[in-house]
Design a protein around this ligand. Sequence first.
Ligand code: NDP
Ligand code: GDR
Length: 363
Amino acid sequence: MKVALITGITGQDGAYLAELLLDKGYEVHGIKRRSSSFNTERIDHLYQDPHEDRVRLKLHYGDLTDSANIIRIIQEVQPDEVYNLGAMSHVRVSFDTPEYTANVDALGTLRILEAIRILNLEKKTKFYQASTSELYGLVQQVPQSEATPFYPRSPYAAAKLYSYWITVNYREAYDIYACNGILFNHESPLRGETFVTRKITMAVSKISLGMQDCLYLGNLDAKRDWGHAKDYVEAMWLMLQQDKAEDFVVATGETTSVRDFVVKAFEYVGVELAFEGEGLDEVAKVKSLKSSDSGLSLGDIVLRIDSRYYRPTEVDLLIGDPSKAKKELNWEPKYDLSALIGEMMQADLKICQKEKLLKENNF
Ligand code: NDP
Ligand code: GDR
């Protein structure tokens, strides 16, 4: 049985990857942080009672800022594959906590690679690094491929740039099977609620159920290449199953603005929008309605701009060129944007309907 270790197993990608690897027959170990509230919600359905026989999902307390802890866990687990998904992954928040972000997102990667070396696991343990399209930053060419130069635009991206290169360096210097997956944005019903897509699908669900009046966003003009996390964790696994370690872009090849994502999410609940005004004064109003269940009326303002959500330096346009992954990994995404939005809206409407019912019945 193959043994995998996932850092960031409690996050969006960690949860999908753990499920995929368990389905493939792996023993899966995950590192979770100690938290004052439960943080395993995304993997609770995979949890196995450690007292039972043949348990294949095992969690270890740990943190990417703690080298001793990382070395001890890797020594105990002796993994065939390590997926380093743990990170302070919010670009806007990285401007508020730049040093912590560097400690986790840059040095955390080094700590794992060093652990592999210190424990003499260079020939046994394959390593996946969660690199990102944020590395491209300031737009120099589109679509962005493995050959496009990097120009990071946030403390998050600068930290991830270190991790990208230290992964390449350990591959070249110590012959470790180490790969970078340069993944473009990927979303799902498990996406954290402060990332823009999930913030939108949650808010649109609430607005359509009469539980919220207005959605506040930052830059509506940013364009992203949005895929589904389920498709993208498959690519991570494929990268570690090749004869030779290489770096791959994983993307859909399509780009959409934040504004168009909002339009499509509202369309899902039968609301057509009209945008008015400019810059911080821009608003979106209800132009037409398929049903009156929401209590919305024509002309209601359902979106406003809040400058708090702007970033000091923005990444304006991302479109990935996934041809290498398609050709060499035989990777093909199953979801397009409308299927992704449909799945996210369906899931969030269900959560909000339940919340509404509980509130109405005073629970
Ligand atoms: P999430 O934010 O959903 O998950 C991040 C995970 O990292 C969580 O399990 C979190 O734990 C854990 N974590 C945070 N800080 C630490 C720490 N100090 N030590 C150990 N673990 C820590 O991110 P995603 O699942 O969306 O992304 C996975 C990885 O892929 C990240 O590295 C991200 O930067 C990268 N990436 C993501 C893309 C995307 O579009 N989703 C695109 C490209 C790259 P907790 O649950 O306790 O907070
Ligand atoms: P991103 O994702 O920064 O691309 O990083 P996010 O969803 O946070 O932002 C996407 C774009 O939307 C704009 N935006 C807003 N963003 C947020 N979060 N909240 C808002 O209210 C809002 N309004 C507009 C942003 O300015 C941005 O242009 C994600 C993370 O998962 C990273 O970890 C990963 O590396 C990259 O994707 C690829």
